[in-house]
Write a protein that binds this ligand. Structure first.
Ligand code: ATP
Ligand code: MG
Length: 400
């Protein structure tokens, strides 16, 4: 008997095999289908997908055989792997000096006929083979060898898919970890910035409240300004933080949402005044998306439509429809509108059209920036059109 030599690139070859993380994995239907078909086409009782490890050949799929692996020194495939571009065919092992006293020939499963095609990766490494085995000497037709070749290339594609899948999962895990690190960092920095600002604000409050200090009118003005600036800076930091966190929950599951009921809840929670009426879509559609994200989007738009409405009969109309792979939404109001030269900026973070006005006193200019970011994360786009004094319309779509 002749034991197979190791190929010249054995070290790299085994490293390549490890990247598939396939040795000792569970049986899989896709691979088992291939060995079954190979056996049927070549009319043999046994077909195997073998992978050659340091000291063993292990079977990813075995049709007509019970053992999971055999020693590498007895492997036919390991011989074939030395010349991976050619099919390896042994028509009669009993007369072949390399195999005639091989225990796999002399005892079960009596490999007296063998035909194998090496499984060669795109980088050129032979990992093992797809082979068919019979227990008596025989021949194989050219067409059967061609069919085996085609099936072996399918096995390589399955292996590549497996590797790609692992890579994707690893990248996803790394991304998640780095995102968490970034969040932690942002929280830490925000805390470090906010602490001295809060101290500043507290100090100015204490100084203002202490009559024994006899702070003059100018002093009071300065202290008030100091306190307000500190508070504004704290709000700013909080705003940046909530904007940066706003899409994290998109990683959560998507679910089916009955839009009519959902809009009802949003409007109820928004608590608009009684002179504002709502027109909802005539027919309810069922939307499959992230519930939290859609809530954020619609409640921000509806909240704005309420807040910036200056008419004695406010009307807010919400439309929704769907096509094959897109949902379309529109939130339209008859409010004060947005001056034409300012419309462009409304999706920018901290942008307020008129920071001095009454409505803007409790505004931070974050809402629409978050809305835009969420919609884009859901594969959609938002646009706005407005007629000053007459009303504003926000249109957006989401990918199904
Ligand atoms: P918040 O962060 O609390 O939402 P905000 O409402 O000021 O604050 P955005 O929702 O981002 O912030 O809106 C940005 C600006 O766009 C608002 O300040 C407002 O001037 C203008 N705006 C938004 N929606 C409307 C609307 N429906 N009608 C008129 N102006 C609007
Ligand atoms: Mg808003």
């Amino acid at each position: 008997m002749e034991s197979p030599k190791a190929p010249e690139n054995e070290g790299e070859r085994r490293k390549a095999l490890e990247e598939y993380d396939i040795m000792d994995s569970l049986p899989e239907e896709d691979y088992d289908n291939i060995t079954r078909i190979a056996s049927q086409i070549c009319n043999t009782p046994i077909s195997l997908i073998t992978l050659i490890d340091e000291n063993r050949q292990w079977f990813k799929s075995k049709y007509g055989l019970d053992v999971n692996q055999t020693p590498r020194e007895f492997s036919f495939c390991a011989h074939g792997m030395l010349n991976p571009k050619q099919p390896f065919i042994v028509r009669n092992s009993l007369e072949d000096p390399r195999f005639k006293d091989n225990p796999l020939v002399t005892s079960d499963p009596h490999v007296e006929f063998y035909a194998g095609i090496s499984l060669v990766t795109p980088e050129g490494f032979a990992l093992g083979s797809l082979c068919v085995i019979d227990d008596h000497p025989r021949d194989i037709s050219e067409q059967q060898v061609e069919a085996l070749r085609a099936l072996a290339s399918q096995v390589v594609k399955l292996l590549e898919l497996r590797k790609l899948n692992f890579k994707l999962k690893r990248t996803e895990a790394q991304l998640k970890a780095s995102n968490e690190n970034l969040n932690e960092f942002a929280n830490l920095v925000a805390h470090d910035i906010k602490t001295p600002l809060n101290n500043m604000k507290m100090l100015s409050d204490i100084l203002l409240a202490d009559p024994s200090l006899q702070v003059g009118e100018d002093g009071q003005l300065c202290l008030n300004m100091l306190g307000r600036s500190a508070q504004q800076a704290v709000d700013f930091v909080n705003g940046v933080l909530s904007y940066s966190k706003s899409t994290n929950f998109l990683l959560e599951n998507k679910e089916k949402i009955d839009l009519q009921i959902f809009l009802g809840e949003i409007i109820q929670r928004a608590g608009g005044p009684s002179h504002i009426s709502f027109q909802l879509p005539d027919v309810s559609i069922s939307v499959f998306t992230s519930k939290i994200a859609l809530y954020q989007i619609l409640s921000n738009l509806i909240g704005n439509a309420i807040k910036y409405n200056d008419k004695s009969h406010g009307v807010i109309r919400i439309e929704a429809r769907q096509e094959q792979d897109i949902y379309y939404f529109q939130v339209q109001d008859n409010g004060r509108g947005i001056p034409t030269d300012r419309v462009k900026g409304v999706f920018n973070l901290f942008y307020r059209v008129d920071p001095q006005d009454e409505q803007s006193s409790n505004s931070s200019g974050i809402g629409l920036a978050i809305v835009k970011k969420l919609i884009e994360q859901l594969g959609g786009k938002i646009t706005v059109s407005s007629v000053p004094g007459e009303g504003t319309s926000f249109n957006f779509h989401l990918k199904k």
